[in-house]
Design a protein around this ligand. Structure first.
Ligand code: S3P
Length: 441
């Protein structure tokens, strides 16, 4: 979905971050607002919607299946729901760009339709594992073809009766859980998913907000097929995964003092705050409140001295998207940081263990990748040219590293920052980062 024009970031060394910042809306919640709003009966009004390429890919897919959606305009979206059985066959394959969330969640939802669909994506998405959803969906009665390696494109055969099932997930994945719950809406009987560790629960919360009964006991979430979704209002909080870059930037750059406004504080998403606090970060949670079924707060961060830690494995799923930024914090900390139990990072938009280790080594940091994590010894960051490999979160993480580097950082292949954080360069520059983007040679 990206425009095809590659861009690089050039970031001057040093500086500090200051001011009140509101980062864009939560990506996970924005995707789900389009999906559930489309399947609901009535008109769903969304505010704070993330106008990034990933969520726009989801939006375009539902439009292609006959859903009328107005906006987004200033984060406002109006979704004219068609009901659980109102989607129409799209005229062509649905292109989900870089977005794993779109593809995995929609695989479940589309397995229950009466028509066939084909889901395709960009080069990165086409490398990502899909059997984690297609195999359990097949056990529910779905028929989905993948490429031989279990990767996209997905060809989903409609008209298959689905059966509810009890499934214990081998990986802690909110995408898998959500995919199966969405299929469960169309299944005969009860679908119960057991997680090996808690993962983000936005699907469960939002289904409840749409009036669909969902039950949770300990590590298992269940729903019955055959119900209805009733349209609602959704206020999307600022994305803690986007706030992450400013959190780390403010922690590592002396003299920084930043307030991040209206940040989503869902307990299944705040692992990074716990990890940074273990490292000694000064993060205050102010004005906690609730918005649209999700906890939110303002976060105040001041710079300080960080120390290396052994990251508790139970925090890994709760900070899964924030490790590129956490690795930068580790590179600026005193002593060694050790991450284990995070092999999932190898199958994100890039292999985030290898790509981050390569970039840190280019900056002169002792970073040693392991199969399921990394050891990073904090040290002196040299300015360097690093390649984000088209991974939005890696690009933004290295941009923040410039706050502590002794020379300029040049980051290649940054166009995909628009998948999750349109306006990053302007917002970061306004807060004090010496960043500009340039056409990539
Ligand atoms: C997401 C779940 C996570 C996360 C992704 C968004 C979601 O993936 O990495 O960016 O919206 O459900 P996994 O559930 O596969 O870990």
């Amino acid at each position: 979905m990206s425009s095809g024009e590659e861009i690089a970031f050039h970031v001057d060394p040093g500086g500090k971050l200051n001011g009140r910042i509101r980062v864009p809306g939560d990506k996970s919640i924005s995707h789900r607002a389009v999906m559930l709003g489309s399947l609901a009966e009535g008109v769903t009004e969304v505010t704070g919607f993330l106008n990034g390429e990933d969520c726009m890919a989801t939006l375009a897919a539902f439009r292609a299946m006959g859903v009328e959606i107005d906006g987004p305009e200033d984060g406002r979206l109006t979704v004219h729901g068609v009901g659980l059985h109102g989607l129409k066959a799209p005229a062509q394959a649905l292109d989900l760009g870089n977005s794993g969330t779109s593809m995995r969640l929609m695989a479940g939802l589309l397995a229950g339709q009466s028509f066939d669909t084909t889901l395709v994506g960009d080069a990165s998405l086409t490398r990502r594992p899909m059997r984690r959803v297609t195999e359990p969906l097949a056990a529910m009665g779905a028929r989905i073809d993948t490429a031989e390696s279990g990767t996209p494109p997905l060809r989903i055969h409609g008209g298959q009766p689905l059966r509810g099932m009890a499934y214990a997930m081998p990986v802690a994945s909110a995408q898998v859980k959500s995919s199966l719950l969405l299929a469960g809406l169309y299944a005969d009987g009860t679908t119960c998913i057991t997680e090996p560790a808690p993962t983000r629960d936005h699907t469960e919360r939002m289904l409840t907000g749409f009036g669909y009964p969902v039950t949770r006991t300990d590590d298992t979430v269940c729903l019955q097929g055959g119900g209805r979704l009733r349209a609602t209002r959704i206020d999307v909080p600022a994305d803690i995964s986007s706030a992450a870059f400013f959190l780390v930037g403010a922690c590592i750059a002396p003299g920084s003092d930043v307030v991040l406004e209206h940040v989503g504080m869902n307990p299944t998403r705040v692992g990074m705050i716990d990890i940074l606090r273990l490292m000694g970060a000064d993060i205050r949670v102010e004005n906690p409140r609730e918005a649209g079924g999700e906890p939110v707060a303002d976060l105040r961060i001041s710079s300080g001295v960080l120390r290396g830690v052994r990251i508790p494995e139970e925090l890994v799923p709760l900070a899964i998207d924030e490790f590129p930024a956490i690795f930068i914090a580790a590179a600026c900390a005193e002593g060694e940081t050790v991450l284990t139990g995070a092999e999932e990072l190898r199958v994100k938009e890039s292999d985030r263990i290898q790509v981050m280790a390569d970039g840190l080594v280019a900056c002169g940091i002792d970073a040693r990748p392991t199969p399921d994590g990394m050891r990073i010894r904090g040290g002196h960051l040299r300015g360097a040219t690093v390649d984000s490999h088209g991974d939005h979160r890696i690009a933004m993480s290295f941009a923040m590293a410039a706050l502590r580097s002794d020379g300029a950082m040049r980051i290649r292949n940054c166009a995909n920052v628009n998948t999750s954080f349109p306006g990053f360069v302007e917002l970061a520059a306004g807060a004090g980062l010496g960043i500009r983007q340039e056409a990539q040679s």
